[in-house]
Structures are given as C-alpha cells and as structure tokens.
Design a protein around this ligand. Structure first.
Ligand code: ATP
Length: 397
C-alpha cells in the first residue's frame, strides 16, 4: 500500500504550479494596481507579463515576492500558500529569486561572493557557485568586483545569485532596461539559455513586446491590474483575445467586417477566422488585419483611381518598412510593402489586396459601442479606446 503512495506523491508534487495566484488584489488609496488577478506558472516555464506603464506589473511581482501584502486573494509558490487567508510567509522564506532593476549586486563583494551570498549555510556552497559561474560563463571573472564588470556581466551575476539557492521561481522586473539595444538582445538570449539550463520557472515583466515575445513560453498581457490574455507568443499575436491585445502586441488594423461563421467579409474581401468563438460569430465586427496580411501594389500615374489609397507616412523598423495609408473615405491602415514594391513616397497611390490569411474578429455587440470614424489602429492604442487612431512613434512624413 505504502509504495503506491510513494509513487503518487512525487507526481502530485510535480504537478504543483511553480506559482499560482488567485483573486489577487492590491490598491494604493483609490488606485487599484492589481485587480482580482489570476495566474498560473508551470514548473520550468518562462512567463512574460507584458503591459503598458502603470498597469500593475511591478506590484504583481512584489506581491509574489512578498515585498507587498495583498488586500485580497492568495499566492502559492511550489504548491505552498505564502500569502492570503492568514498566510504571510516573509520574502526570504518564499523560495523566490529576484532580479529587479533596483536589486544591484553587493559592491563590496566579488562575483563569487555575490553568488554565494544566499548559500551561507550550504555545505556544498563552493560546488554550487562553480556550477553557476559555468552556467553564466564567468568562471574567469569570479574574483572580480562588480565595478569591474560590464552591465551585461553584472546582470548575469545577478541572475546567478538569484538562482543559487534553487528557488521555485525567479522574478525578473525589466532587468535589461538600463542596457543599450545590442546588449539587451544578447543578454535576452543568455538569460533564456541560463533559465532553460537551470529548469527554473521565471516570471518576467516588461513593457517591451519584443522582449516579452522572445523570452516567454507564454505571454500574459496585463491591463489595468488584470491579465487580459495568457497564451504562447504566436497565439497572442495571431489570435488576440481583445482589441487591446491585438493593438498592443504588434501593429493591428481593426477593419469593419460582417461575420458569417468562420468567414469575415471586409472591404478587401473575405478572410478566414480562427479561435474558439469563430463558429458562432455573426453580424458586424472589427477584424484584425495585420500589415503583412495585405498586398500593396502601386497604382500607376494617370487618371485617379477612385479606390486607391494614398500613402500618409512611413515607419522604418529596421527589418521592414511600414506605410500608413488613407482611403478616400478617410479609413487609415498600416501596411507592409513587400520587396517588389519600390520605396514609396508620401502622396503615392496604392491599391491593397487581402492575402489568404486567418485572423480573428471582435463582434461589435461585445465591444460595447460601435466606434465612429476611421478605425485604423496602431500599436500604441490605449486600452480604453480600440477605435482611436494613435500613430506609433517613429512615423515619418
Ligand atoms: P511601469 O511599467 O511604469 O513600471 P507597472 O506596470 O509596473 O508600471 P506598477 O508600478 O505596479 O505598474 O504601478 C501600478 C499602479 O499603482 C500605478 O498607478 C502606480 O502609480 C501605483 N502604485 C504603485 N506603487 C505604489 C505605491 N507604493 N503607492 C502609491 N501608488 C502606487
């Protein structure tokens, strides 16, 4: 009988979430920073929490870490209740590692001693420190002091220090925000590999969507204290759950459409719908049309084409050129011009054709009110108004 239990218990423990949060709430006076939030992070999983400034990301991490106490709800780490319903386990006993912007290395301790800091009582301390130095590829820098390290090296040491006591989860709050662009990209890859190799779960908060999409096994999009969608990066991009997610993650045009089950008819023709709600969808809606969903063809000089779109501006991202175009009726869209199209100038005329793509659409009846005016929406749209036209930074005319 007992061997059955022995078999069962480890499996049950393995299934325990690295972090589970339910109904979590934290207000500061009248500001509700975290508003009844639910979240589940599996063992070994990297979860990016992406959201605009002020949506409550840091407060969420501080609640998980135990640096803040919730007003309501609960937090479990490794299957153990650490906050809520009478529990209040202090941060140092929560089995969390932290890499926060303001958690600098101890300046008077060497790299080795910084990493060993949380292992003072561990008899295998030296072995563990050596293991971590190898993991972060800084064996030769073990004796250096923090001021003798580059910013990227310092963050790798901070990560090793957080991982040293084998926490159930590492919490990272915008750890790359003080670094330049090239170093950020490099360090992102390093951090991902280090966390993978250590098989430690991580919750990583950022307002940078590239970072969230490249680092996360799953991306939780947070707005106004709640998680609006939590899915693998390609699902968040390809099947956004709300207009806010569609326009916050990547650039999305919200185009008026008429739904007929799995098909949406737009002004450009029909498009197939995906997602759990597609079958039952009927009536008026806003379809998500990404810039790459449309083919752009130049309209030759000559008599004006009544259906042509005019180039209003462009945005160079490094990998592609996006153009903002306007229709004679005032609708504005962002489109991506393929390599076949010569570089367009402001004022050029183009025609747009929908590619054979799958996307999602939001029935207008679910959006509250029908937006008025043009609906082209870019990545900096605000959560309060999916219909607002908000050109992203970098627009050139
Ligand atoms: P950012 O990306 O700018 O760091 P964030 O998403 O991490 O923002 P939080 O720092 O969690 O957001 O803040 C959420 C809200 O709670 C904000 O309106 C903020 O002003 C407020 N807030 C956070 N901490 C406090 C505090 N100690 N006292 C009062 N208000 C606070």
């Amino acid at each position: 009988m007992s061997h059955v239990l022995v078999d069962v218990i480890p499996k049950a423990l393995q299934r325990a979430s690295a972090v589970r949060v339910a109904g979590l709430r934290r207000a500061y006076g009248s500001i509700v920073a975290v508003d009844g939030l639910d979240l589940d992070v599996r063992p070994g999983e990297m979860l990016s929490v992406l959201g605009p400034s002020g949506c409550g990301k840091t407060t969420l991490l501080r609640l998980i870490a135990g640096l803040e106490a919730p007003d309501a709800g609960m937090v479990e780490i490794g299957g153990r209740r650490v906050a809520g319903a009478g529990s209040a386990v202090p941060p140092e006993r929560r089995r969390v590692g932290m890499v926060f912007q303001d958690f600098a290395l101890f300046p008077h301790l060497s790299v080795r001693d910084n990493i060993a800091y949380g292992l003072r009582a561990d008899p295998d301390r030296n072995v563990r420190v050596r293991e971590l130095l190898e993991l972060i590829d800084l064996v030769d820098a073990a004796a250096r002091m923090p001021h003798q390290l580059s910013g990227g090296m310092q963050q790798r040491v901070a990560l090793a220090r957080a991982l040293a006591p084998r926490p159930d989860v590492v919490l990272l709050d915008e750890p790359f925000s003080n670094l330049d662009a090239a170093l950020r990209t490099q360090l992102r890859g390093d951090v991902r590999e280090i966390l993978r190799a250590s098989a430690t779960a991580a919750v990583f908060v950022t307002h940078d969507q590239d970072e969230a999409l490249t680092l996360g096994d799953r991306v939780a999009v947070m707005v106004r204290g709640r998680i609006e969608q939590s899915d693998p990066p390609e699902v968040v991009y390809g099947e956004p759950a709300t207009p806010f997610v569609a326009t916050f993650v990547g650039i999305a045009n919200l185009v008026r459409a008429e739904l007929h089950g799995r098909v949406a008819i737009t002004r450009f023709g029909s498009v197939r719908l995906v997602g759990p709600r597609a079958e039952s969808a009927h009536g008026r809606a806003l379809a998500v049309i990404r810039p790459e969903h449309l083919d752009v063809t130049e309209v030759p000089d000559g008599p004006a084409d009544a259906g042509a779109w005019r180039v209003l501006g462009r945005r160079f991202t490094g990998a592609e050129i996006l153009y903002e175009v306007i229709a004679p009726d005032g609708e504005r869209l962002w489109v991506e011009a393929g390599h076949a199209v010569r570089r367009l100038r402001v004022g050029d005329l183009v025609s747009l054709h929908l590619r054979d793509v799958e996307t999602v659409a939001f029935p207008i009846e679910h959006l509250g009110s029908e937006p008025s005016g043009p609906i082209g929406v870019a990545s900096t749209a605000t959560p309060s108004s999916p219909a607002e036209h908000a050109p992203p930074p970098g627009l050139t005319t």
